[in-house]
Structures are given as structure tokens and as C-alpha cells.
Design a protein around this ligand. Structure first.
Ligand code: TRP
Length: 449
């Protein structure tokens, strides 16, 4: 049988696939969101739940997404349709891809606003604004930004344009180059930051906060947030990894590749948390401060450490890059679909989608100022998009993917594609058929009350 090729291109090697998928996974979710939701949900017990979810739900579903994409070599909706046809089952499963595209648009809209804050902070750091700054000063600078829709709009726009430009370039150019050098540099800077925070008097307390496990601190709502975040941080549940899998070379083994990606992603999140919390405690700040956590705590640390202006500048540049490589992956599945479905050029598809997500993003940045009164279900636009995507749409997309891969696709096909031993395949199959769907359903149901 002739091997299928994607019309959108193929990664040069397995290694490039790992870089691209890690570039997608490692982003604001690891450095901005993970620490702040850990802080809001009491620390250790939440971290443990998150780790359990990554292992039991995230990894098996990531394997499923990669192999579905690679088998069909098409964007998620068409990939699911092809595999359903191959198994002679209903193609209604492809609606899953539709929900994924919607989730991607919704996530991008608030993601780009936060990435815009990062860009603004690159400039602030570089100008020495934070040298010697107290936590009060850092707090008021951040609140000043939230109250200033014009500045936020400027940076949100810059970030959206940067993302669209790379998506226009396509999967093989730009993206690969950026990831190869910049991801390792981000890692090095995080380790330097960790080294600094280990010297502060808050380190023991910060460490304890993250790893001291006490079940009584855990609510079902927190478990849902941990579960939702395990999808968010691994870029699962909306077709990103399926789309990237479609560009994966045939020879690569899926099991070990996925383990590598999940491990890198988790390590970055844990280091980010371990770097941030000691600084919080050493300066008597509140770990539950919410979305501003990183933007207030880290500038204070950089302001105190020797060479902090340079390190701080580099750090925010690299966080910006991490956000960039993630944002690209939020648009790619939909752009690939628009090209396949309407025969649009890549340029047209990227620009049309870019304008839509940019416009919705504006409603998120106004949620902090002009439109702060506007609430649905007690949440402003920004929180609403964040909450419904991460805690409802991604887990739902995830279970449906698991059920599809486990029950609809034949065993023969999944064994052939994944390339793992028969025993490990049995464990995987059991997880996608039962463990992941049941676990996610239980968490959903317990949250309904
Ligand atoms: N995983 C990225 C982060 O942690 C965000 C992201 C990129 C994402 N693509 C995704 C989240 C697809 C969910 C689905 O920052």
C-alpha cells in the first residue's frame, strides 16, 4: 500500500515532531497558569491530582490523538471521518473535530491577551522599571496595565499578527527553527531562576506548599480544574496534537515520543512553580492572587537579584516565545481544515481565522476594564472562555477521542499505528476504553451539583 502524505507537509524527523509538539505543550499553561491555579487551589494536593491526571488520562489520550492524525494525514475533522469510514462506523464522530476548532478559537482569544502582557513586560523589564521594585510597586504596575485597554490592545494585536505570520509560513518553516534553539534556552533560564529562589528564605515554605499533600484541602472543583489543566497543558482535547500527528514521519514510535513530550511539559511546570512560590513567600505575597501571580512575583525577584534586569528581560522574551509556539498550534488545525475543505490558500485561511480570533480577543481584554460589569454565570468574558474551554470542552473532547480510539477504531489498526508491544497496547486500550472516560465522567458529574 502506498503510504499517505499530508498535503500540508511532514516534519523532517521524529525529533522535530517532538520539538514542535513540546513547543505547543509548553507555554503560558506551564509558566503562567499552572502556578496561579496551584496557588488558588491550595498547593500540594492539587499538584498531585494534576500529576495523576497527566499520567492516567493525558498520556493515553495523547497517544490516541497522534495515531489518529498520522493514520489519516488530514486535519482533525477529516481524519476522524476517514478512520470512521475505514471502520464502517458513523462519521458523526467528526463533530468532535468541530468542537475542537471552536475550542481553539476560544482559547486563542484569551491566550493572546495574556501573551500580550508578556510582550509588554519584555519592554518594562528591559527599561529597568522593576530594578529594586517592592511587591506593592509591582502590583500597581500590573493593575495599571489591566486598567489600560489601549496598551493591552496594542500588544494583543502584535501577538496575533506574529502568530498568523508563522502559520502562513507553514509547518516546516519558521516553527521548527524557533523551537530548536529557544525552547532549550527557556529551560536554562528557568533553572537559573530556580537557583535564585532556592537562595531566598521562602524556599522551604514554597517547596512544602507545592509538595505537601493533604486531601482535606481538596474540593471536587479543584479536581476538575486539575483535570482540565492536564488537557490544557498537553494541548489535548481540541485536535492540536492530531493535526501535528498528521505531519509525523511514519517510522517514529508513538509511545516513547508521547512520554518524552509529557515529561518535558511536566518538568517545566514544576520548575516554574518551584521558582515562583519561594519568591511569593519570601516577600509575604499571596499565593492565591490569581492570574497576576507571575506578573507580580517574578518582577520583584528580578528586581532584587544581581543582573536581574538582563535575566528578567531574557526570561520574558523566552516566555513570549513559548507562548508563540503554543498559539500557532491553536490555529493550525482550523487552518488545515479550511485549506482542505474550501481549497483556500494558506495565506487566506490564516488571515481570515486570525481576524476572527483577534476580534474575540478584544472582548477578553475589555473584561478587565470597560466591560468588567458584564458577567455570565458570574464570570467575565476572560474567565468564561478560560473556564469553559479548559474545564468543559477539552475534557469532553478528550473523552470522545478516547472512546473513538478505543471502541470505534479496530484493535488491529491501533496496534499497527502506535507501534508498542502487545502488552502495553492492552494497558493503553483499557485506559482509553474505561479509565479515562469513567474518570472524566465522575469528575463532571460531581461538579454538577
Ligand atoms: N498547551 C499550551 C500551554 O500550556 C496551550 C495550548 C496550545 C493548548 N495548544 C492547545 C491548549 C490546544 C489546549 C489545546 O500553554
Amino acid at each position: 500500500m502506498q503510504e499517505k502524505q499530508s498535503i500540508h507537509g511532514t516534519w523532517a524527523s521524529r525529533w522535530i515532531f517532538i520539538l514542535a509538539a513540546t513547543g505547543s505543550a509548553v507555554g503560558l499553561g506551564n509558566i503562567w497558569k499552572f502556578p496561579y491555579i496551584t496557588g488558588e487551589n491550595g498547593g500540594g494536593a492539587f499538584v498531585l491530582m494534576y500529576l495523576v491526571c497527566i499520567l492516567l488520562v493525558g498520556v493515553p489520550i495523547m497517544i490516541a490523538e497522534v495515531f489518529i492524525g498520522r493514520r489519516a494525514r488530514k486535519s482533525p475533522i477529516n481524519a476522524i471521518t476517514d478512520l470512521a469510514n475505514e471502520a464502517k462506523k458513523s462519521t458523526l464522530w467528526s463533530l468532535l473535530g468541530l468542537m475542537g476548532m471552536l475550542a481553539g478559537v476560544m482559547i486563542f482569544s484569551f491566550y493572546s491577551v495574556v501573551a500580550g502582557w508578556v510582550l509588554h513586560y519584555i519592554a518594562l523589564m528591559g527599561s529597568g522599571e522593576f530594578v529594586g521594585a517592592s511587591s506593592e510597586k509591582a502590583g500597581s504596575i500590573f493593575n495599571g496595565l489591566l486598567a489600560d485597554p489601549k496598551t493591552m490592545l496594542l500588544w494583543h494585536t502584535v501577538f496575533a499578527i506574529m502568530t498568523v505570520v508563522v502559520v502562513i509560513g507553514g509547518v516546516n518553516k519558521g516553527l521548527e527553527r524557533a523551537t530548536r534553539i529557544l525552547m532549550p534556552s527557556l529551560f536554562v533560564l528557568l533553572v537559573i531562576l530556580l537557583g535564585y529562589s532556592a537562595t531566598t528564605e521562602g524556599f522551604a515554605e514554597g517547596f512544602d506548599f507545592m509538595f505537601h499533600f493533604d486531601v482535606s484541602e481538596l474540593s471536587w472543583d479543584a479536581v476538575l480544574i486539575a483535570l482540565g489543566h492536564s488537557f490544557f497543558t498537553l494541548s489535548l482535547g481540541m485536535g492540536t496534537i492530531m493535526a501535528y500527528g498528521a505531519y509525523m514521519p511514519k517510522k517514529a514510535s508513538i509511545g516513547s515520543t508521547v512520554i518524552a513530550i509529557a515529561t518535558l511539559d511536566t518538568v517545566v511546570a514544576l520548575i516554574a512553580g518551584l521558582a515562583i512560590f519561594p519568591i511569593i513567600f519570601a516577600n509575604n505575597m499571596d499565593p492565591g492572587a490569581g492570574p497576576g501571580l507571575m506578573f507580580v512575583s517574578l518582577p520583584v525577584a528580578f528586581g532584587q537579584m544581581p543582573g536581574g534586569q538582563v535575566f528578567g528581560f531574557m526570561f520574558f522574551v523566552l516566555v513570549g516565545v513559548a507562548a508563540w509556539t503554543s498559539a500557532i498550534s491553536l490555529l493550525e488545525p482550523t487552518v488545515a481544515y479550511l485549506i482542505e475543505k474550501f481549497k483556500w490558500s494558506r495565506v487566506k485561511a490564516s488571515i481570515v481565522l486570525g481576524v476572527i480570533v483577534w476580534a474575540i480577543g478584544i472582548s477578553c481584554l475589555l473584561a478587565f476594564n470597560e466591560w468588567s460589569e458584564f458577567k455570565l454565570f458570574g464570570k467575565n468574558m476572560f474567565d468564561l472562555l478560560d473556564y469553559t474551554t479548559a474545564n468543559i470542552m477539552l475534557p469532553l473532547g478528550g473523552i470522545l477521542t478516547a472512546l473513538f480510539a478505543g471502541w470505534v477504531v479496530s484493535k488491529k489498526v491501533s496496534i499497527e499505528e502506535i507501534g508498542i508491544s502487545e502488552n502495553i497496547h492492552k494497558i493503553w486500550l483499557f485506559t482509553v476504553r474505561f479509565v479515562a472516560p469513567i474518570a472524566v465522567s465522575i469528575v463532571f458529574v460531581l461538579n454538577l451539583k
